[in-house]
Design a protein around this ligand. Structure first.
Ligand code: UGA
Ligand code: MN
Length: 254
């Protein structure tokens, strides 16, 4: 079984720190293949170097897909005002489908923000996902709850405890599910979309591949992933250096 970890990422001062954390996690997860998609016109030296140094070059691929400017968040926009990762995750899905055609073993796709906090145990749990099914579990620190999770009775998902937009077809965060590759092969139109309401990206992909009744609950009574968000770093002094035409404080470091 291969877990395809799909990570959209974009340049900002904390990017290298986020991707370093993720790459160190992946070094502890043997059966994982990392599909990194930069939100940019081309791949960057920063991300290429990071992958090479991480020892993951033989089990990763670096792609790029720029978010169209109409949909790109600007500095002034609140972070939730536009969907993120649509372009990048769709490209990753196309790449994975092409690969799975030639290597049709059991594969699992997990959409991973570059800024969340993931436990190694989550990936052991994910290996239990059956072919043709979607595994679901709780996510910490999302939806203004300690733990947003599926409600499970006799091994079946009978509901969700979500309090933010609970009317969504699947009121769960992106970090709370992973999908068997078979479902993408059998439902080629499954994709993310710009034409969905805020918070409906997860429902958009899930409704194309599964139903609530078919969900496979995992990691019951555990929290193995947290929806953390990194505070943007203050860069005023770095900007002062630039204004004075002085070299950046990390000159020659890539
Ligand atoms: C929440 C979910 O955790 C996301 O998976 C989901 O895509 C998002 O809501 C949504 O509704 O679109 P949040 O933590 O607020 O996301 O989003 P970010 O972590 O800021 O972005 C999600 C991913 O997209 C990250 O890996 C980030 O690096 C990437 N991203 C973000 C880009 O590639 N380009 C951008 O301009 C912004
Ligand atoms: Mn995030």
């Amino acid at each position: 079984t291969i877990i395809y970890a799909v990570t959209p990422t974009y340049y900002r001062p904390v990017q290298k720190a986020e991707l370093t954390r993720l790459s160190h996690l992946f070094r502890l997860v043997p059966n994982l293949f990392w599909v990194i998609v930069e939100d940019a016109d081309e791949t960057s030296i920063l991300v290429r170097n990071l992958i090479n140094r991480s020892g993951l070059s033989h089990r990763s691929v670096l792609l790029h897909a720029k978010t169209p400017s109409d949909y790109k968040l600007s500095k002034k926009d609140p972070h939730w005002s536009k969907p993120r990762g649509v372009e990048q995750r769709n490209l990753a899905l196309d790449w994975i489908k092409r690969r799975v055609k030639h290597e049709p073993g059991h594969g699992i796709v997990y959409f991973m923000d570059d800024d969340n906090s993931y436990s190694v145990e989550l990936f052991e749990e994910m290996l239990k996902i059956e072919r043709g099914r979607v595994g679901v579990w709780g996510v910490g620190l999302v939806g203004a709850l300690n733990l947003e999770k599926p409600i499970v009775e006799s091994g079946k998902v009978v509901g969700f405890n979500s309090m933010w937009r609970p009317e969504r077809p699947f009121p769960i965060d992106m970090a709370g599910f992973a999908i068997s590759c078979d479902l993408f092969m059998n439902n080629p139109d499954a994709a993310f979309s710009y034409n969905v309401q805020k918070g409906y990206q997860e429902s958009e992909i899930l409704r194309k591949v599964t139903t609530r009744e078919q969900l496979q609950p995992l990691a019951i009574n555990q929290v193995l992933v947290w929806h953390t968000r990194t505070e943007p770093s203050k860069m005023d002094n770095e900007m002062k250096l630039a204004k004075k035409n002085l070299p950046p404080s990390d000159k020659d470091i890539i």
